[in-house]
Design a protein around this ligand. Structure first.
Ligand code: AMP
Length: 195
């Protein structure tokens, strides 16, 4: 979307939903069961959250939407929202990673429930095992990072999100980025891929 100062505002649909679950808002209560099972929450629910967020932005801004859209319906709603805001979709980044690597990353993923900083037990370990470097809080594993839910999330991705590759590919906005290797290199590749 419209680049102003070269910085991105990162918006993760998963983070928005986890925050709503934590605060027990109506949307959070509805989303909770879907998330625990590794299913997508209803399109209308997440589309409204993203739409409200975008409507609340004043002035130029570059948004990096992470995890949204995940279905064709969401992609269509995003088009409408972008049109209403007078914005522009500049690129869609597909982070390309084999399933076996994804499963390993998810199995080792840990997060700080207080400040939100993310870790991986071997790839991005905290200085003290199980403790957040930034705020000293005990790290946790996400409820939906267990092996059964992860397999379901991969199946849901293939069934409902993979069609977006063709959808955005046909428009010429899709950028396929190698999502393997050190984190800073992946971040740099994403930066290069986005105009
Ligand atoms: P993530 O943090 O992106 O891995 O998302 C965690 C969970 O939140 C997913 O497994 C879904 O249950 C839900 N979720 C996140 N983004 C979306 C979305 N765009 N559409 C539907 N469900 C979503």
């Amino acid at each position: 979307m419209v680049a102003s100062d070269g910085t991105f505002r990162h918006v993760s649909s998963g983070d928005l939903l986890r925050d709503a679950v934590k605060r027990q808002t109506a949307a959070g209560v509805e989303a909770d069961g879907y998330m625990k099972r590794g299913e997508l929450v209803p399109d209308v629910l997440i589309a409204k959250m993203i739409g409200d967020l975008m409507a609340g932005i004043s002035g130029p801004c570059t948004l990096l939407l992470d995890g949204f859209p995940r279905t064709l319906v969401q992609a269509e709603v995003l088009d409408e929202t972008i049109g209403r805001c007078g914005a522009e979709l500049s690129a869609v980044v597909l982070l390309d990673v084999e399933d076996v690597i994804l499963v390993d990353r998810i199995a080792g993923r840990r997060g700080c429930p207080k400040c939100g900083k993310g870790y991986h037990v071997t790839n991005i370990p905290p200085r003290v095992k199980g403790i957040c470097d930034a705020c000293g809080t005990e790290l946790i594993t996400r409820k939906d990072d267990n092996p059964e839910t992860v397999q379901n999330r991969l199946a849901v991705y293939k069934a409902q999100t993979v069609p977006l590759i063709e959808f955005y590919g046909a428009r010429g906005v899709l950028r396929k980025v190698d999502g393997t290797g050190p984190l800073d290199e992946i971040v740099e590749r994403v930066r290069q891929a986005v105009p």
